[in-house]
Design a protein around this ligand. Sequence first.
Ligand code: ATP
Length: 309
Amino acid sequence: MVRMPSVDSAHTVRVRVPAKINLHLSVGALRGDGFHELMTVFQAVDLADEVTARAALGLAVRMTGEGAATLPSGSENIAWRAASRLAEDAAVAPDVLLEISKAIPVAGGMAGGSADAAATLLACATLWRTRSTKAELLDLAGLLGSDVAFPLLGGTALGTGRGEVLTPVLTTGEFHWVLALAAFGISAGDAYRELDRLRAAGNAPEPAGKPEVLLDALRAGDAQRVGAALTNDLQPAALALAPALRRTLAAGLDLGAIAGIVCGSGPTCAFLCADARAANRLAASLAAEDVCRTTRVATGPVPGARVVA
Ligand code: ATP
């Protein structure tokens, strides 16, 4: 049970943190530590969660919004783990009430949980005045999970290792996306196991490898070429686990998207559009088809986690 302190109630830090789309996801060999070697290109988009850290006595998490009712509010919540880990590292008491407002779909392949952990690191470091550097927070993020570092950085970045070794990628202009949110989730672990199974049976392609064509298209700001270069090695696994996603992808293309792809381990599908108007039109017409729970428009790249109040 967390209690609000009587004198410190003005101490509140609100952080906004973006979801990610993998524009390229090459899944390489399974490593000795149980993780796959990845080569991925992340783009941060303006579908965002907000984490508010309030001065309190004790640690507690409260969640509202998209999928919140399905999530743990105790120590299994990755935001809780992020706060305790930072407190331990900074040798401060883990005194904070974390209020998480979710817009990023849960188990949707858009790293919502990782985004919440990243936002929590920034919010608590600010609230507790730990004086942590960005590099220290990025290191801590890498220890909390493969996808936690990227939402701190934002923009567009190449991720190697487990995805946590990040190099910023140069892009020109904005990219306009439509996201088709599903009525169910896919566990990332299940998707990776399914890919291993498909590969062992010779039913999935070899790792996509380096994203050179994509990086060139991003530099040029050429949406058509970016669309043609979108790659996700996990897509066959997501489609095997959720065959209905084939209809979602086909509908988006029929309705005029430049290209469509499963986000990470799925089941969210992302459609690239020529401009904001085309994205709004596609979001409305796709929502009217019976191929997803709902749609959202999103623009990228956007900055990583930042304090907004
Ligand atoms: P990724 O793209 O990194 O594989 P994802 O978007 O598919 O992740 P998440 O929404 O990050 O999936 O959540 C995966 C699981 O993590 C959830 O099913 C949930 O049980 C657990 N979890 C713990 N804390 C959180 C949180 N704050 N938000 C979302 N999920 C959380």
